[in-house]
Design a protein around this ligand. Structure first.
Ligand SMILES: Cc1ncc(COP(=O)(O)O)c(C=O)c1O
Length: 399
């Protein structure tokens, strides 16, 4: 199949689909947008100051592989956060946002064939849509694995058949997860690592929400791999400044893996990807070196979780997220709920099924809406109050 033809299996991107759905109706009130997970808390002033101070750097090509200052700031953060030693020159790859790396890792790491067959890539269902784009681009077979109530909202990859596992090249995992807000425990990660070692696949651990949690920091794949002496080549961990530092527009992230894997990915990135501008590398280094703004940010999200718990806490089956910044609310039919919330209240939310794939006639996102807790508190409270009223009117079951 030609490269463009491969993409024909991908549905329209969720936000374009949502625009198409809501275009049919006028908003039934002042618009409150809780659909897009675009962080809106302020980032520190010293970020803008650093970019301005370093603006002379726009006059030269920046180092594609990252300045030593940035690489050391990242390895220092990993050491403080996960007590893991990472070689800044050989085990880190700078990314213009994790989105870039999550897509390209598929192109770079999926072989032509796996045990003589088409390689599989495992994806939790529902999921961040870029994963599917990467898998399809790589010509691999996406295997969508339910991440639902019965599985603790994380995928149960061990339940897959031997045939699938033996031709698996990569497995995505998102923790804390978008959209469900589930956190993978150290035990879960250890079991996944052992499954990956047994069947010879790599884990792509999307940890871009790692700093948005309630009280206990979510365990990371790097620390669990180190504790269980699993070779670092088996994992690729992705991190970002978008959520932790409220800098989605900076486009700054990185991945960590074993030396061989990173060497290979560096070579390919040198051919394919744009470098991160010098002033942004400087600002990124400062952001990875400071935790105070991250703690303040986390507290703001915790207050929002409290608002949500207050509004929905009495609903049977309501689940407060363990991390990330989304509510994953069961509402019967997510698409019709999203349409009604828009036309009756002006509240914009994302139908869960747009983040899922139908497998054997069932899309695990269908009964849900995803609500982003990114608006300012008063606006958020007003929006959540309207969703609560809607659920009450519908007699919708939250489970
Ligand atoms: C689960 C998940 N992974 C990755 C990303 C990409 O983040 P960025 O490219 O800004 O680092 C997002 C952004 O919304 C996300 O929700």
């Amino acid at each position: 199949m030609s490269f463009p033809e491969r993409f024909s299996v991908l549905p329209e991107y969720p936000f374009a689909r949502l625009n198409g759905l809501l275009r049919k109706r006028r908003p039934g009130g002042e618009v409150i947008d809780l659909s897009v997970g675009n962080p809106r808390h302020a980032f520190p002033d010293w970020i803008s100051e650093a970019i301005a101070d370093e603006s002379a750097g726009l006059g030269t090509y920046p180092p594609t592989m990252g300045t030593p200052e940035l690489l050391c700031a990242i390895s220092g953060w990993i050491e403080r956060r996960y007590s893991v030693d990472v070689n800044p020159d050989r085990e880190i790859l700078i990314l213009n946002g994790t989105r870039e790396g999550l897509f390209n890792a598929c192109l770079w790491l999926v072989p032509e064939s796996e045990n003589g067959q088409v390689p599989c890539v495992l994806i939790p269902n529902p999921f961040y849509q870029v994963y599917a784009g990467g898998v399809v681009a790589a010509g691999a077979e996406p295997v969508y694995v339910p991440a639902v109530k019965e599985t603790g909202y994380l995928p149960d990859y061990a339940s897959l058949s031997q045939d699938i596992l033996d031709r698996t090249s990569l497995a995505f995992l998102c923790s804390p997860s978008n959209p469900q807000g589930a956190v993978a425990s150290a035990e879960y990660l250890a079991q996944l690592l052992s499954l990956a070692e047994h069947h010879g696949f790599r884990i792509l651990a999307d940890e871009c929400y790692s700093e948005i949690y309630r009280t206990v920091p979510p365990p990371g794949i790097l620390e669990v791999a180190a504790a269980h002496k699993v070779k670092r080549e088996s994992v690729v961990a992705f991190h970002s400044l978008s959520k932790r530092s409220n800098l989605p527009g900076l486009r700054s992230g990185f991945l960590v893996s074993g030396r061989k894997t990173v060497k290979w990915m560096k070579t390919l990135r040198e051919y394919s990807a744009p470098s991160m501008p010098g002033p942004l590398q400087k600002a990124s280094a400062l952001a990875w070196g400071d935790e105070l703004h991250v703690e303040e940010n986390r507290l703001r999200y915790c207050r929002k979780f409290d608002v949500a718990d207050r509004i929905f806490g009495d609903l049977e089956g309501y689940r407060s997220p363990e991390g990330g910044f989304f509510l994953w609310l069961s509402v019967g039919n997510g698409e019709s709920a999203a349409l009604k919330l828009w036309s009756d209240y002006g509240v914009r939310v994302l139908p869960g099924e747009y983040l899922g794939r139908e497998v054997n006639g069932s899309n695990p996102g269908r009964g849900y809406i995803r609500v982003a807790l990114v608006a300012d508190e008063p606006e958020l409270e007003a929006g959540l109050g309207k969703i609560r009223k809607f659920i009450g009117e519908q007699g919708a079951v939250v489970s």
